[in-house]
Design a protein around this ligand. Structure first.
Ligand code: NDP
Length: 259
């Protein structure tokens, strides 16, 4: 088995020890819904202090309340619309987190826009720009601004969210597919830069087909009940954002067994 296959199997089979993430501060983007929400709840359940970043305050508050109800560490909320966020905004956020927490042990880039499923010839320019802004530009701005804070951690994990169409192009997936290829590129560049010189590692995860609003928009004819729920796929996220994957860097992994 290759190293990649071994890590993949470990991630899929991972059973996170109860307090494995205690004292870790982890930022999740798109934390209000779908996979980001489920991962945020699971991270807190295992002891992490989660910074919930998303664009809809009510959704963030609902996740915040659920974590507190469940007895998890008090989270923080960062209501941010990544479609309009600037590098300066990200620097301000980093300063705020530095004052509050002093370091960052994990960063899950999960928020994304789907855009249109349509041929390139007809792809709307504005939609293209919005998808690239949320999925690529904002991911870079946030990563860049947060690197100094990640360096303050003894073991920091940056996890980028990819997709099957970010590993092999597919007709009609337009800006979304291109943005996910860029996401893989960003992950590889960061992983290579940090290899052997710092405590920061970077990997990507493809959640694979999961029952969320985005999936339903992309595949309106599909019965959502045939898909795993976001709660069912959190184990590899816990592995990759936690201390047990400290040696894993630069890998493109999946959150489900590929059929
Ligand atoms: P959802 O659409 O269900 O959730 C996405 C989250 O991102 C939402 O909370 C949303 O906020 C937030 N978000 C979107 N745009 C912005 C923005 N401009 N600023 C801040 N937050 C924003 O998607 P999924 O949970 O399905 O997807 C999570 C990740 O997994 C994405 O990166 C997606 O590409 C990837 N993925 C998903 C698959 C699937 O089958 N579900 C398959 C492959 C990849 P709000 O709630 O306010 O809308």
């Amino acid at each position: 088995m290759s190293e990649q296959e071994t890590v993949q199997q470990t991630a899929l089979a991972y059973q996170c020890p109860e307090d494995a993430l205690r004292d870790r501060v982890i930022l999740v983007t798109g934390a209000g819904d779908g996979i980001g929400r489920a991962v945020s709840l699971a991270l807190a359940e295992h002891g992490a202090t989660v910074i919930l970043l998303g664009r809809t305050q009510e959704k963030l508050t609902a996740v915040y309340d659920r974590i507190v109800e469940n007895g998890g560490p008090e989270p923080a909320m960062a209501p941010v619309n990544l479609e309009v966020v600037t590098p300066a905004n990200c620097e301000e956020l980093a300063d705020m987190f530095a004052r509050e927490f002093g370091r960052l042990d994990g960063l899950l880039h999960n928020a994304s826009l789907l855009g249109d499923i349509t041929p390139l010839e007809q792809y709307d320019h504005g939609t293209w720009d919005s998808v690239m802004q949320v999925n690529v530009q904002a991911t870079f701005y946030l990563t860049r601004a947060l690197i100094p804070l990640l360096r303050q951690s003894a073991d920091a994990s940056v996890l980028f969210t990819s997709s099957s169409v970010g590993r092999k192009g597919r007709a009609f997936w337009g800006a979304y597919a291109v943005s996910k290829f860029a996401t893989e590129g960003l992950m590889q560049v960061l992983a290579d830069e940090e290899e052997n010189i710092s405590s920061i590692r970077a990997n990507s995860i493809n959640p694979c087909a999961t029952r969320t609003a985005m999936r339903n928009r992309a595949y309106p004819g599909e019965d959502p009940e045939t898909l795993p729920a976001p709660e069912d796929i959190v184990a590899p996220y816990l592995y990759l954002l936690g201390p047990d994957s400290q040696h894993v860097n630069g890998m493109a992994l999946n959150a489900q067994e590929r059929k």
